[in-house]
Design a binder for this molecule. Structure first.
Ligand code: PGA
Length: 241
């Protein structure tokens, strides 16, 4: 199981000590079959890389420029730079970035360039409330996958994160039966039967007891609750209790 912490635009150097408990927990449970990945803002990747040295915890970025080369793009960071400071993973296609203008074609370019550099991708897909109400969910997910992964033959480095937009930061989660069938629907789109699919959207230390009952899910992408070390550890613990 994957437990991915998406810190979004939160976090600073002085807050990193709170992760000592997560490190302790991860070291103690090293042999268990779960993977913890922190995706902090880019400014904290390198400090965390040093902190997580010799631990099983991995790091990821939250977005990147689509060019794998350096270039005159003020304010941007590319995959090569993220990898240089210790990232192994990269979240792409997050709805917060889609809402500020990223489309499936741009996300496709970003995925291709990050794969070329050698990052593993956490590719976010999900429908808005309006799309859900109009029964468009399957179509939206199909399109996001089709265009986002267009031209990518080897998908072994891609993890899908199904994140309904209406669920992110709202405290709402899908009906478990809906979630299970959507994850199976997404899985069917991949030749590789072991394609990993995560769920994200308001995952917390309370609803994890329900969410963990979904057999088809391979882990969770956690936003707000991941900023609190205790809550994040609780989510992992409860998944296995
Ligand atoms: P949330 O965010 O857990 O705060 O809903 C999840 C995400 O945006 O990845």
């Amino acid at each position: 199981m994957y437990f991915v912490a998406n810190w979004k635009m939160f976090g600073d150097l002085k807050g990193l000590n709170s992760l000592n408990d997560v490190i302790k927990f991860a070291m103690k449970n090293k042999r268990k079959n779960f993977k913890v990945i922190y995706c902090p803002p880019s400014t904290l990747i390198f400090p965390l890389f040093k902190k997580f040295k010799n631990t099983p915890i991995d790091l990821g970025g939250q977005n990147s420029h689509e060019s794998e080369n350096y270039g005159p793009y003020t304010g941007s960071i590319n995959s090569k730079m993220l990898m240089d400071v210790g990232a192994k993973y990269l979240i792409l296609g997050h709805s917060e970035n889609r809402q500020s203008g990223e489309n499936d074609r741009l996300i496709n370019l970003k995925i291709k360039s990050a794969l070329k550099i050698g990052l593993k991708i956490i590719f976010c897909i999900g429908e808005t409330l309006k799309e859900k109400q109009n029964n468009k969910t399957n179509q939206i997910l199909s399109n996001q996958i089709k265009i986002g992964l267009n031209g990518i033959k080897n998908k072994s480095k891609i993890i899908i994160a199904y994140e309904p937009v209406w669920s992110i930061g709202t405290g709402l989660i899908p009906k478990l039966s809906d979630l299970n069938s959507l994850i199976l629907f997404i899985k069917k789109k991949f030749k590789n039967k072991s394609q990993k699919i995560l769920y994200g959207g308001s995952v917390n230390e309370n609803n994890i007891n329900q969410l963990k009952t979904i057999n088809s899910v391979d882990g969770f992408l956690v936003g707000a609750a991941s900023q609190d070390a205790k809550k994040f550890i609780d989510i992992i613990k409860k998944t296995y209790n």
